[in-house]
Design a protein around this ligand. Sequence first.
Ligand SMILES: [Zn+2]
Length: 353
Amino acid sequence: MRIDFHTHVIPHALPDFMEKYGQERWPVLKQTCACGANIMVGGKVFREVTDQVWSPEKRIQDMDREGVDIQVLSPIPVTFSYWAPTDAALEMAQIQNDFISETVKQRPDRFIGLGTVPMQDSAAAIKEMERCINDLHLYGIEIGTNVNGENLDAPEFQEFFRMAEEWNVPLFIHPWETLAKDRTPRHNFMYTVGMPSETALAAASLIWSGVIEKFPNLKICFAHGGGSFPYILPRLDQGWKVWPHLRLTTHPPSHYVKNFYFDSLNYDPLNIQYLIDRFGYERVMMGSDYPFLLREIPPGNVIDEMKSLSDEQRNAILGGNALKFLNVNEKRRTNGTESTDTGREAAKSGTST
Ligand SMILES: [Zn+2]
């Protein structure tokens, strides 16, 4: 089974939040033709999108042509809206979460959904995470690499991570609002240099600060093969070794990666082999960034080319690892929406107490 862990969706009928709430930063979907639209931010085109981004039928046509059995659907990071007042950001999140849930309900054999939560307000984020998992039957939560410039180790996010661990909700950490924004617009470096660096900073922050030591069972997948994090990990270890006065954890950073997962989107067999050698083949999940320009076509192409992989390793990376990461009970997913997974039960009992 071939599962594309990293794909994005947006509702076609996304309301115009800029008109409703007045702030310029809201992403607004402006249809340009029957088969496409522009995502506008502050009156400028942020990204051109095709109807693949909202149409399940179009997606399934592509999946059939490219050999993908299941897509994991995530919101587009520009919609995270962590900068906005909580109520409005929650409304934006809920519209998307409801849309993703409805899309999955139409074709539970082809889609699995991840939700988004308003990280600027931990209590609201936890409440929406609970709704995503229990009511909407989504399988995890996608969050950004920073929240209004705060790294993910800031104290205000600890409760969210604590609950994600307790409820066994897997997290997909995706770069957005990338660092060095003043130095990266030229050459579109925010995508090729900013995003991988941003992801590395998020992973390093979670480890160095002790968040991962505190919540060792938190399951996290980092987008784009973990960005530059896998490569800088030995340097983090060296920093930990030579700066004892800065240590916040018992062990060096590389000790805390046992529940880190990475999508395979680094475009190169050598880089994927590096991920496998460093973290194990069980931690790599095929992901393509469908349907955007930088996506891998067809999804899993590089993995297919890798002669070094055994059948077991290849099958795990192409699909099995994603099912395990997302705690998917295969029978449950295809038969309906009743909750049976341990994490979901934990989340349910959590809300009743
Ligand atoms: Zn993406």
